[in-house]
Ligand binder design. Structure first.
Ligand code: SAM
Length: 426
């Protein structure tokens, strides 16, 4: 085995898994290729959070069948939320060599090790330097917990990833130290519900973990996602306000702006609690940004209930909204309810929210025109440097010099709904 092709879809946890797998495979001296026909090993990291994601996974799998027939020596490994131990996948996809549960990086690397005879390959997943083709990574994801203890009625993630398991703080700090030594300047802590970090350990919480990581010399920025409005604590908000390396950005999915819908979704808060939380965050962390997720067309969602979501977003004017059309997921409680909002109506609701939010964000971004922001430069993309502000705004600028990994001041010259453009100032 010499070359591997890695395909990822879905959440940041899958991106984090992909980075670890790449690090492990390069320790075994396998090289990445973007040309699937050149690969000796294909790894798919999958997502089934919505039917559209599952369809992409099925499309990818179908395309591999012919390739395997042509080259029986090709090894194919599938990991992630598509892997349902109850689903008899080996019988459905006999050309796949192995299936691994979400984040079972150790299992996947062991599978490769047995076929290559290599002894190396991320013996411990505690430390991994993440590099891409152009140099050492500037930003890295660090999972702090796996699984989730919530029972959102629409969500398949708990069924595939299980209940919450927090990693011990010492492991997380050791991994972060290793990343910083390899040149990483910004770390994003990941979990399905980071606010619940440590509840299963009983000795620590997210605020304590952030404070411990804050002391790392050479680390410039810390982020965390995703939060749960039912569990975000006053201590966490105070910690973000107090510690300068923690980026003032919150990923706080509301899902719906109607109490009855929230209750039926199994969300454990009310619209009023969400409103109060946003107010408390904005009061204590002035200038912060807040992103949210919304689902439209949940079973039984009436026009008036949808209007509640529309009005809430119009009122709160959040920095970013990820809008999803409800997709019934097998095995979840809501999949037993009739999926009674027609597809065209779901699309109408999605488009209405998208239009509302594009207007709000364009106004928020336009207020930055002529202002100077500081960004951490991550990479070059289509001839421009790309970085983010502490508030997670994407900024592009042109510069002949290599700015990767630098903190750069940029005066904003153009503002659109998705990103900003500017010029570097000394
Ligand atoms: N921790 C997050 C939360 O608080 O819900 C879960 C992240 S989930 C993997 C990402 C987003 O996908 C959710 O916030 C939700 O908006 C969306 N989502 C999850 N299940 C869905 C479904 N069955 N249909 C449509 N969107 C869904």
């Amino acid at each position: 085995m010499e070359r591997y092709y890695l395909w990822t879809i879905g959440c940041q946890m899958n991106d984090a898994d992909a980075a670890r797998i790449s690090a492990g495979l390069s320790e075994m001296r396998l090289h990445p290729t973007s040309e699937i026909r050149e690969a000796d090993l294909v790894v798919l990291i999958t997502c089934v959070v919505r039917q559209s994601a599952e369809d992409k996974v099925l499309g990818r799998l179908a395309s591999l069948k012919g390739l395997k027939r042509e080259r029986p020596g090709l090894r194919i490994a599938v990991m992630g939320c598509f892997v349902d131990p109850q689903a008899a996948l080996p019988a459905r996809f006999p050309y796949v060599d192995a299936f691994f549960k979400p984040s079972d990086i150790g299992g996947l690397l062991q599978f490769v090790r047995e076929r290559t005879g290599h002894k190396e390959g991320l013996q411990s997943t505690a430390v991994c330097a993440v590099n891409d083709a152009t140099g050492p990574a500037v930003c890295a994801y660090v999972p702090i917990s796996y699984g989730c203890d919530h029972h959102c009625t629409y969500c398949i993630v708990r069924l595939r990833r299980g209940g919450q398991q927090s990693r011990p703080p010492a492991d997380i700090v050791a991994e972060a130290e290793g990343l910083v030594r390899s040149g990483v300047r910004e770390i994003t802590l990941l979990g399905q519900n980071v606010d619940a970090y440590g509840l299963d350990l009983g000795t620590t919480d997210l605020a304590d973990l952030l404070a411990a990581l804050h002391g790392l010399e050479g680390l410039w920025r810390l982020r965390f996602l995703t939060s749960h409005p039912g569990e975000m604590s006053a201590k966490l908000i105070r910690t973000v306000a107090r510690l300068p390396k923690i980026c003032p950005h919150f990923e706080l999915p509301v899902q719906a702006g109607d109490d009855d819908t929230l209750r039926r979704m199994g969300r454990t808060y009310t619209v009023e609690r969400y409103r109060q939380l946003v107010a408390a965050i904005r009061e204590q962390v002035p200038g912060c940004s807040i992103a949210t997720d919304v689902i439209v067309g949940f079973p039984g969602e009436s026009e008036a209930q949808f209007q509640g979501t529309y009005d809430l977003l119009a009122e709160l004017r959040l920095d970013s909204v990820h809008i999803a059309k409800y997709s019934p997921r097998p095995g979840t409680p809501s999949a037993r309810l009739p999926d009674d909002v027609p597809a065209v109506e779901k699309e109408r609701r999605r488009a209405l929210l998208e239009k509302l939010q594009a207007g709000i964000v364009t106004e928020i971004h336009s207020a930055l025109l002529g202002r100077t922001v500081e960004i951490l430069v991550e990479e070059r993309q289509r001839g421009r440097w790309k970085g983010r502000t502490v508030t997670n705004k994407l900024v592009f600028f042109e510069d002949e010099a290599d700015r990767r990994g630098q903190l750069v001041r940029v005066r904003i010259t153009r503002a659109g709904p998705w990103s900003l453009r500017g010029e570097r100032i000394e």
